[in-house]
Design a protein around this ligand. Sequence first.
Ligand SMILES: C[S@@+](CC[C@H](N)C(=O)[O-])C[C@H]1O[C@@H](n2cnc3c(N)ncnc32)[C@H](O)[C@@H]1O
Length: 273
Amino acid sequence: MEPAQRERTPFSDIDGLPTEMSTMVLDALIEMGRHPEIRRVRRAGFDALRPALGARLLDAGSGNGDVARELAAEVGPRGEVIALDQSAALTAAAIAQHDDSNVDYVTGDVTALDLPDDSVDGVWCERVLQHVEDPDRAIAELRRVTRPGGRICLVDTDWESLLFDGMPTKLQKTLMTYVGGHFLPPGRDMGRTLRRRLVAAGLNSLTATPVTCLFGSPDSAGVVLPMVNPRVPADAWHTPPALRDEWLTEVAAAGARGDFLAVLTIWVVAGTV
Ligand SMILES: C[S@@+](CC[C@H](N)C(=O)[O-])C[C@H]1O[C@@H](n2cnc3c(N)ncnc32)[C@H](O)[C@@H]1O
């Protein structure tokens, strides 16, 4: 992918976006976290991480902090969670939503963590590495800060698994060649590469679970898939306007007929340090 395209991926640099866009991104993150299919992915992830009572966990790339607060409930009053995100705007938004959970919110870069070696018992890192320039460096950092015996759970999308039905196939292919560079992050295959990356990083007791999300209507899909969401501003598409309009018309028609379908696999991969 061209560097210019990397810079345009919204989740790579949320603080660099106009306020209106960063607010949209925050709202989208909150909505995504409530989607039943994302809830299903997270349940698989919690099973893989096995957070223990009293544990000190790191949520790396914590977004609006919802998962960090859920993890805090898992580790109980004697445990704690560090919610770390690169974006100052998202960290501020996460702090604004703070309840009485034992969560400490910090800004930081997952590829250069300001944490001592062996300082956490486990790590959660959801849909972050697809946006990071050097994901293996991030994994090395996550490993460095996790104590021996601690568990790291990575959750990431395989954007190349995204398939639709209900809209004309040729239109779908044309649309994807245009929108891929903007809507989709640099690491489009990140999900299915996670297991290999954890093998290379020397983790053991690996588990790898592909969770295929099913979206049976445009409204449901639009929460997770920007290219079927008509609320995404037209100038964010980088497609000929006629192509966007034709695609969204077909998406709406499939929705009205009841035969719209989209599938996307998100991987949950965990290992022990
Ligand atoms: C798609 S969001 C996922 C947020 C959250 N994990 C969730 O699942 O709701 C990606 C997050 O990664 C953060 N991020 C991107 N690059 C990062 C980096 N190098 N270090 C820390 N966070 C990063 C973004 O600011 C954003 O909050």
